[in-house]
Ligand binder design. Structure first.
Ligand code: PLP
Length: 451
């Protein structure tokens, strides 16, 4: 167990770091795990303790922490040419190659890519691109953005406004014009007398009524994660995307799939939109795109949006937007390798092969008295703790049940993520069956210790 005695790494970390997204009572009582290195799916702290990381870092270290091919790709590009950007008439050869590859592996026949450093910036960029496009098309009032309660789209002012979590209110967000629809989580939000199909139909009606109430001519886009990640690994209710897609089409509202977590294999297909069989107008990617070895985000525009945003850009002779490190050649070289590793070195196959074991492990833990449901898709899932299994009554949040389970896991050398009342698991794609057993064994002990 980590310590926070004076002069320890843990105490020193606390002195000079403003922790984000971190439970401070946990930090004050235990200190952070100060990580020095990783091997496969394990990380190691300053005292040499190992932890199986059942969250792949932050969903992203899907090839593990020391993949030699990715390290070599980074080193080779640093040797060749360590930096540049993607504008003012210059672009790295690696960026050209990556954009070709991204369109090739995307669900689009053609399209264009724009690079950022993160998923938040990619969502922010997408919103700006839609605003830019609609202004050019003579619809400057199309500015409102539709997302969902419990969505997570990032932390910049715009992407946090799209995020449907209560804490955004602590920043005085969302900005005006960001509208949050009902979360498509049937188990939690379905009415007692409602079937899952009726729940989906209700959400589709809500979408159309919202569009008509706000005025279709005021709405610039609908953003959705195929499986909600930071909201608690929530797959959509049955038929959800098939129900919302025609409504969006009817009112000319672009449909953007935020695949920052689901992209590149997490749900068992390359894209979550393939798993759930819908066709977005653009895809937001980050995280797995470099298997976590470089900060990078990308918006992948399908042919229609690519053309419309290109036309708007031609009209003012540029798309006036970009980041210093947009399309960084080292990031692009790593992404090219990461995509190859995921698709051609058996990682996606491993996700598919191990999904039944993952589901069986989750289902076993969901039999416990204080676990209300397990949910998930592919190698992402959550166990939701409840005070009463029959009524689904949640624990009082002050009890920090999920935080206590996660801490009990840490004590045994397992990292998993507390999210609200849930424990979220998203192991790296390289995990073996034996490591999966280790993960569930340790988690079961932790749950038994807390309840
Ligand atoms: N979108 C989704 C679905 C995410 O899960 C995240 C991060 O977890 C983001 C966007 C934001 O990405 P970043 O943290 O790289 O800004």
């Amino acid at each position: 167990m980590p310590t926070n005695s004076p002069n320890s790494w843990e105490a020193r970390a606390d002195s000079h770091n403003l922790y984000g997204f971190t439970d401070l009572p946990t930090i004050h009582s235990r200190g952070a795990v100060v990580v020095t290195h990783g091997k496969g799916p394990y990380i190691y702290d300053t005292a040499g303790r190992s932890y199986l990381d059942a969250n792949s870092g932050l969903w992203n270290m899907v090839a593990g922490f020391d993949h030699q091919g990715l390290i070599d790709a980074a080193k080779a590009q640093y040797d060749r040419f360590p930096g540049y950007h993607a504008f003012f008439g210059r672009i790295s050869d690696q960026t050209v190659l990556l954009s070709e590859k991204l369109i090739e592996v995307s669900p689009f026949d053609s399209g264009k890519v724009f690079y950022t450093n993160s998923g938040s910036e990619a969502n922010d960029t997408m919103v700006k691109a839609l605003w830019f496009m609609f202004r050019h098309e003579g619809q400057p009032e199309r500015r409102k953005i539709l997302t969902r309660v419990n969505a997570y789209h990032g932390v910049t002012a715009v992407s946090a406004s799209m995020t449907g979590k209560p804490y955004v209110g602590t920043f005085g967000l969302p900005l005006p014009g960001f509208i949050h629809l009902t979360c498509p989580h049937y188990w939690r939000f379905g009415a007692a007398d409602e079937t899952e199909e009726q729940f989906t139909a209700r959400l589709a009606r809500e979408l159309e009524e919202t569009i008509l109430r706000e005025g279709p001519e005021t709405i610039a886009g609908f953003f959705a994660e195929p499986v909600m990640g930071a909201g608690g690994a929530i797959p959509p209710s049955k038929g959800y995307f098939q129900a919302v897609q025609p409504i969006l089409k009817k009112y000319g509202i672009p449909f953007i799939a935020d695949e920052v977590i689901t992209g590149f294999g997490r749900t068992g297909e390359v894209w979550g939109c393939q798993t759930y069989d819908f066709q977005p107008d653009a895809i937001i990617s980050s995280k797995n795109i470099t298997a976590g070895f470089f900060p990078m985000g990308a918006i992948i525009l399908g042919p229609e949006l690519a053309q419309r945003i290109q036309d708007a850009s031609e009209a003012v002779e540029e798309f006036p937007h970009g980041f210093t490190a947009s399309g960084h050649p080292v990031g692009c070289a790593i992404a090219l390798k990461a995509i190859d590793v995921i698709l051609n070195e058996g990682l996606l196959d491993n996700v598919r092969a191990l999904t039944p074991q993952f589901e069986a492990g989750m289902a076993h833990l969901a039999e416990k008295a204080n676990i209300g449901e397990w949910r998930g898709k592919g190698l992402m899932g959550a166990l939701e703790a409840v005070a009463d299994k029959d009524t689904k009554r949640p624990f009082d949040s002050s009890l920090s049940v999920s935080e206590r389970i996660a801490n009990a896991c840490t004590d045994q050398g397992l990292i998993c993520r507390p999210l609200g009342q849930s424990i979220v698991l998203a192991p790296p794609f390289i995990i073996t069956p034996a490591q999966m057993d280790e993960m569930f064994g340790k988690l079961e002990k932790a749950i038994d210790k807390v309840f």
